[in-house]
Design a protein around this ligand. Structure first.
Ligand code: CTP
Ligand code: MG
Length: 234
């Protein structure tokens, strides 16, 4: 049974990058000579277990056709939506004719270009027999404060706090139902795990690498270039 289970990638890449600013969406800014999205997709394509990867693109996206990865046989595209969750859902719909309900889907932010193929594979390996699925995450290293009106009201017990990264890996059928149900109920979900949590599920945590950063603000670009160099994949 497990032998028939396949792995699909979903890459939401339809954001406008408001916090980054500028005219070019952040997924098309160059780092070490290549657009962010090209780096991200190369890293995912290095994982042979992916049967295909569905990339959700913005309606106004004129940059995609020039991306070398656009012609890859294992890449398909879907029209992105208003929120990240809408884009993920659109990519799942694109995979409808290809994926089985029990197949695994790994959702990975276009903006996390420093993800290593080995981290992706370790998520696949660790959760292959898991009943729910789960996500890469990092234990919080900072002391976290609850703040109201500019003053500290409490200190959060850091032992229970992890930062959610991507990829996030769930079964095609379960994930699609969870995202559609959240949309129906008008509930905002900022990652896939929270959609599963709303269904009463308990996604697993697999510790990821600290260099799997999400490019969000301008200062993240040189940081990503530095990490690439350190990883010797650039
Ligand atoms: N994303 C998407 N569709 C949206 C919004 C976001 O596919 N409607 C994607 C982004 O392209 C990004 C990932 O989801 O790869 C994570 O989102 P985020 O880092 O917040 O990117 P943006 O929404 O583009 O940035 P900002 O929030 O600063 O506008
Ligand atoms: Mg956003």
């Amino acid at each position: 049974m497990t032998a028939c289970i396949r792995y699909w990638g979903v890459v939401p890449a339809a954001g406008v990058g408001k916090r980054m600013g500028g005219v070019i969406p952040k997924q098309y800014l160059a780092v070490a000579g290549k657009p962010v999205l090209q780096h991200t997709l190369e890293r995912l394509l290095a994982v042979e277990r992916f049967a295909a990867i569905a990339v959700a693109l913005g309606a106004e996206d004129g940059y995609w056709p020039d991306l070398p990865c656009a012609n890859e046989a294992r890449i398909v595209t879907a029209p992105g939506g208003k929120e990240r969750a809408d884009s993920v859902l659109a990519a799942l719909v694109r995979l409808e004719e290809l994926a089985h309900l029990e197949d695994w889907v790994l959702v990975h932010d276009a903006a996390r270009m420093c993800v290593t193929p080995s981290d992706v594979e370790s998520l696949m390996d660790r959760l292959a027999d898991h009943p729910v699925g789960g996500i890469l995450a990092l234990p919080s290293t900072d002391t976290l404060k609850g703040v109201e009106y500019g003053v500290i009201v409490d200190t959060v017990n850091r032992n229970h706090i992890w930062r959610a990264l991507t990829p996030q890996m769930f079964r095609y059928g379960t994930l699609r139902f969870a995202l559609e149900d959240a949309a129906r109920r008008g509930l905002t979900v900022t990652d896939e795990a929270s959609a599963l949590e709303l269904q009463g599920q308990r996604p697993a945590i697999v510790e990821g690498r600290p260099d799997n950063i999400k490019i969000t603000r301008p200062e993240d670009l040189p940081l990503a270039a530095f990490y690439l160099e350190q990883q010797c994949f650039a």
